[in-house]
Every structure is written in structure tokens, then in C-alpha cells.
Design a protein around this ligand. Structure first.
Ligand SMILES: [Zn+2]
Length: 104
């Protein structure tokens, strides 16, 4: 009997490596951007697909360049770096996964 492959540990390790490499490369290009990096990480739960790019074979996931907060509601403002489409998306902070680290 053969066991099914267990790629998950390798995949997680690979993604961790790729993330660390991307962060390192980004900070090497812009060493004073640590606060911006933290801001980017904090918007991870607010990823949304660009409707213009969806279906073109690429990854349409984008993250907000700015946010507005009103109580437990967050409005993300998005600008696709590929097709330049802009849109907003409203999020309930209590339903985000992973949960926000922000103080609301
Ligand atoms: Zn797009």
C-alpha cells in the first residue's frame, strides 16, 4: 500500500522562503520602508480579486492601497497594478480571516 504524498510541509516551507526572499529584496530596494511593510502585512485579510483581470490566466488578487474605517466596517480602496482598474470593497472586521491585528 502506498501512502499519498505529503506536499504540505514542503509547500509551507517554500512559501515561507519565497515570502522572506521577497521581503528581503523589497527592503534592500527601500531600506526605510519598514513601516510600509507592516502596513502591507496588516492588509493581507483584505485581499480582493480584480474583476478586470480575473479570467486572464494571471493572479487577480490585489490588496488595498488605502483603507477607511468606520466602527467595525472597513472600506478597502484598490488599484490594480496590471490593468489600472480601481474599486472599493467593504469588509466586516468581525468576519475576516485571518483576523485583523488593528485596533478598531
Ligand atoms: Zn486588473
Amino acid at each position: 500500500m502506498t501512502q499519498p504524498p505529503k506536499p504540505q510541509k514542503t509547500t509551507v516551507a517554500l512559501h515561507r522562503h519565497l515570502l522572506a526572499q521577497a521581503v528581503s529584496d523589497w527592503l534592500n530596494l527601500n531600506p526605510s520602508a519598514w513601516a510600509e511593510l507592516v502596513e502591507i502585512v496588516e492588509t493581507v485579510p483584505l485581499g480582493d480579486n480584480c474583476q478586470q483581470c480575473e479570467g486572464n490566466g494571471g493572479n487577480p488578487m490585489r490588496w488595498p492601497h488605502d483603507t477607511d474605517r468606520e466602527g467595525r466596517w472597513i472600506t478597502g480602496h484598490y488599484r490594480c497594478h496590471v490593468c489600472k482598474h480601481t474599486w472599493t470593497c467593504h469588509w466586516n472586521a468581525d468576519q475576516l480571516n485571518p483576523a485583523l491585528t488593528w485596533d478598531l
